[in-house]
Design a protein around this ligand. Sequence first.
Ligand code: ADP
Ligand code: MG
Length: 563
Amino acid sequence: MSQRQRMGNQPMIVLSEDSQRTSGKDAQSMNITAGKAVAESVRTTLGPKGMDKMLVDNGGSVVVTNDGVTILKEMDIDHPAANMIVEVSETQETEVGDGTTSAVVIAGELLDQAEELIDQDIHATTVAQGYRQAAEKAKEILEAEAIEVSPDDRETLINIAETAMTGKGAEGSKDLLAELVVDAVLAVQDDDGIDLDNINVETVVGGSIDNAELVEGVIVGKERVDENMPYFAEDANIAVFDGAFEIAETEIDAEVNVTDPSQLQEFIDEEEKQLKEMVDQLVAADVDVVFVGDGIDDMAKHYLAQEGIIAARRVKSSELTAVARATGARVVANLDDLSEDDLGFAGSVAQKDIGGDQRIFVEDVEDAKSVSLIVRGGTEHVVDEIERAIDDSLGVVRSTLLEGHVLPGGGAPEAELALQLRDFADSVGGREQLAVEAFAEALEVIPRTLAENAGLDTIDSLVELRSQHDSGEFGAGLDAYTGDVIDMEAEGVVEPLQVKTQAIESATEAAVMILRIDDVIAAGDLAGGQVGDDDDDGPDMPGGGMGGGMGGMGGMGGMGGAM
Ligand code: ADP
Ligand code: MG
């Protein structure tokens, strides 16, 4: 469809034949529907009783997960407005690591509420303004109500770690895993903050989830280069050498011009001598273990083994850095520079088997700074999902340590916000007031969905929740297991403040951005272009509401085969 605009009497063609344009209410309604469909696709996974999704890609590889951001990333979504909602979960993931489903579900509900207001002829800009005000106020309310946590409050940290794992594959062993997660985060915390990249999660297929362990040190993904080397070293001096234990080829080409066999022998002797000298440099510095970034010549292996030195070659540079950090070594590029000051120290260096692979464990270090969490599970799908749960958990513990505040879970903050925002709405003049009220209503989607997914009566649950908050019970939330409304803090269901503030902030931003669009001009085909005609926001597809509401969003490759 091309667009023609009149300029004087001359029709002017602005857009090419292939481009598509949708304007005004149609554009708005198309975008809102697309955004809502994204939220709908993850809604059933929310909370401790949420279900999992099985995602099958074009190549047939399968992911089974409960994690909002993972589901949305795996789905092949290409509607532009839908993608804005997907970005909400991605922002949530990078900023806090948890709350990705909640953020998207809130964004979807904000759009749903906005649609009703727009139908009542309230201008989208007014809705947007009201939403912004409400979000600002919501943040203030949460900050005022949040509970301070001291970094030494181990019990609360463990509760936070556990809450993030609830309802995921890791749930069965969450007591143990939460301890490990908290220890891991505390171990890598330093004056600059907490860099989760220093926590290396190693997944092992085979063995029980209960055998997860934390190695306070570094696991190098290589085995020793020669079987005559010792398996382990105690009180080891460690050299980290980012170079090669080889004589460079170019030197050979340049220097050798062999005319008779004795010359060749001479040359080999010379090469051996140089390699021996390199090894002697390690011996002189009293090195027990050397990690080498590049190759190790066979002759060098032999000399190293003879000296009883453990050596690993082609160690990844990130692992070299990790060993250096953990043991206090300096990475040297040239062994001539090596002095005792460059060496690191570890109480134990040992080659061990994990899941059938030989790795070198560098442990008992002064200040680990980088640690490894070994996670086991029966199958690859199981370990992958445990790893995702652990990632969420690491994120919330980090966020709590850095920010210092928590909120009760189970829909408590959302119920409280709904209450206080309705009061606040009275102080907001004009039509924005309606938008603030709609915002309050939208936040209740969290407790409502928690109840729904737990098979509870949503109306009863919401009524009870509202009445307890009315009488000042800020911590009252929904126990998804019993259906009772109880004090979530006392129950140990707590989440970092940042999970909630970030979710509200990015959900509002995305909803507002979508609402303000009244014209969609696409250079090509808008992925089916028919999202706008589905005004049924219920899950209208068997298998968990995915796909049905996703018309025009690319759907999921291969999904048909899975059902
Ligand atoms: P998200 O991706 O948003 O983190 P989850 O599936 O992890 O989604 O669900 C998070 C929601 O579940 C939060 O509202 C949290 O408070 C709630 N929740 C977690 N544990 C419990 C529990 N034991 N009882 C009730 N609600 C819980
Ligand atoms: Mg979560």
